[in-house]
Write a protein that binds this ligand. Sequence first.
Ligand SMILES: Cc1ncc(COP(=O)(O)O)c(C=O)c1O
Length: 355
Amino acid sequence: MGTELMNSDSTVINVRSDTQTLPTDAMRRAMADAELGDETYHEDPTVRHLEDRIAALTGTESAMLVLSGTMANLVALMTHCRPGDEVFLDANVHVLRAEAGGLSRVAGVTPTIVPSARGHLVARDLDAAVRPRDVIRPRPRLVWLENTHNLAGGSVLDPRTQAGIAAVARTHGLSVHLDGARLPNAAAALGTSWSDLTSGVDSVYLDFTKGLACPLGSVLAGPKDFIDEARYHRRVLGGGMRQAGVIAACALVALDTLVERLVLDHETAQLLASELAMSDNYRVINDVETNIVVVDVSKLGSPRFVAERLREVGVIASLRPPHAIRLVTHLQITPALAVETARRMERLATELVIA
Ligand SMILES: Cc1ncc(COP(=O)(O)O)c(C=O)c1O
């Protein structure tokens, strides 16, 4: 493991996100030893190997390595849609809230927000939101899903609900894209395969930089003609790569060594939530289904105030305004560190209440 955190008062516990993970020693070795070629000509054997494995795991025809999740989503939008086309999505999906407005600025699509439950679209509301084609309206084109849903606290979209949404999309002639940045977490939580969770979707992106601890690298997968076209859009965005096998090698080690253990991150999140449930000062406000714990801190102050005080005692969290902070478990967060996180939070709360 790159950095071994010890259970001591001086340890900084970084639960800001699972993107804070560091690559393991095996990953670093694989990057150094990777067989390489020029990816722009699709001649990097390690990249091709990774893409083939992801296509097989997701039950798709083809896959393509990209530099980041944001780029994967943007390429998906540009491949599915023409500028002006309408995309149906939940109000808090990552592509709308945290990807710098690229969907409008670069892909030029028209977002239409559809009511959702736990961040996942409700099939009958989607049905009602799609209007007949008409010269005055944007052309309805794409339905957007996110599994797990980051801003909904890591909530999981189950295959049955997804099938219902996909059926509505088909009725209206719409394609479906799945932002699966944390699809491996969803699969671990449901005890199912990745291909179960891609059933009914036209394209999916998976990320290696979240719970899978890679420093960069995401994969977009779908039908062969879709991925062929996506390669063009990746190039347009400046995402064409050369000896990208160094990235793919790392992801291949993650596939072999880190996927199975994601359930441990979920157990650690449960442990953290149950420790915090014993406190009168904090309130866990999400159903902890995966590795994300959202905590209402309003008894102590604003999220920013509490997060700044927590940083002083060595706990790094992210903000979930207006009332909450977010804690995410990952490869470097052991059960002991989860307990230590709750202990530091409670000690801080006691100090703040007394002051
Ligand atoms: C659900 C989801 N999609 C996409 C992304 C984009 O990934 P990146 O920020 O690495 O580009 C993230 C990042 O956290 C995410 O949580």
